[in-house]
Design a protein around this ligand. Structure first.
Ligand SMILES: Nc1ncnc2c1ncn2[C@@H]1O[C@H](COP(=O)(O)OP(=O)(O)OP(=O)(O)O)[C@@H](O)[C@H]1O
Ligand SMILES: [Mg+2]
Length: 246
């Protein structure tokens, strides 16, 4: 791809105390790429995403998002975070606000945008996540899959340039997983740039433009998802894929 990368990691090292969690991670993500990150538990996938939006500082290397150096303690980090939408396993919705109010809160209260304009945008986002009929429901009245789709709408409301998903479907009942994956697929098709930590290998194979296999703080393989699944180059990847396929 000829586009300049939206995100670049060069030899990133992250330590917690004396433990090295990210051990020289280099990764370049171009606009519209769907990079699926897979790998065993405790390998540093969540930590990687947290470093990208400056929730964790790093001890070595460099992270650049749209040409800005990502530094957890720098003033510029606010602007970086505004452009990165993050979707977690837990939805973290405000229980006392309706779905619509949850999506409108940050644009109106934090960024001071016009309420009418934000509401129009929010309603369009609820259509996108296929949740328009539930716009006035409170989180407790929604299924896990519906709550996660509200969380996706909330992330989209800030007009992010990069979406990061950290096991967005892992906490859901099996019957609602498909609805969330369908919305993620729509976002991929409309050309969003996405970094997706997931155990949904079929989703990665169908929707991912790239798959990154991490183990023990390192990127072990980085390839086309279908190619990696069919022909893993390392024994570690081979073992991992056979274990999650059952
Ligand atoms: N704040 C922290 N302080 C100390 N150690 C931490 C902290 N956060 C994460 N770790 C450690 O870093 C390692 C990587 O954790 P991380 O959550 O990034 O793994 P993961 O690949 O996302 O795993 P999982 O698939 O289970 O979500 C783990 O050993 C974890 O215990
Ligand atoms: Mg994790």
């Amino acid at each position: 791809m000829s586009d300049a990368p939206i995100l670049e990691l060069a030899d990133v090292v992250k330590r917690f105390g004396s433990r090295t969690i990210l051990d020289g991670i280099s990764l370049s993500v171009a606009p519209r790429e769907i990079v699926c990150i897979v790998g065993p538990s405790g390998t540093g996938k969540s930590t990687l995403l947290r470093c990208v939006n400056g929730l964790e500082d790093i001890q070595g290397g460099e992270i650049r998002f749209e040409q800005t150096r990502v530094e957890a303690r720098a003033k510029s980090i606010k602007a970086v975070r505004m452009r990165i939408g993050m979707i977690f396993q837990q939805f973290n919705l405000y229980p006392h606000l309706t779905a619509l109010q949850n999506v409108m809160l940050a644009p109106v209260v934090v960024h001071g945008e016009d309420r009418k304009i934000v509401e129009e945008r929010a309603r369009a986002l609820f259509e996108k996540v296929r949740l328009s009929p539930r716009i006035n429901a409170y989180p407790a009245q929604l299924s896990g899959g519906e709550q996660q789709r509200v969380a996706i709408a909330r992330a989209l409301a800030a007009n992010p340039h990069l979406l990061m998903f950290d096991e967005a479907t892992s906490a859901l009942d099996p019957e609602t997983v498909g609805d969330v994956l369908a919305v993620m697929r729509d976002l991929a098709v409309e050309g969003r740039t996405m970094l997706v930590v997931t155990h949904e290998i079929r989703f990665a194979a169908d929707v991912g433009t790239r798959m990154v296999f991490m183990d023990q703080g390192k990127i072990v393989e980085d390839a086309n998802p279908r190619e990696m699944l069919a022909h893993p180059k390392t024994e570690r990847a081979r073992q991992f894929f056979s274990s999650i396929r059952g």
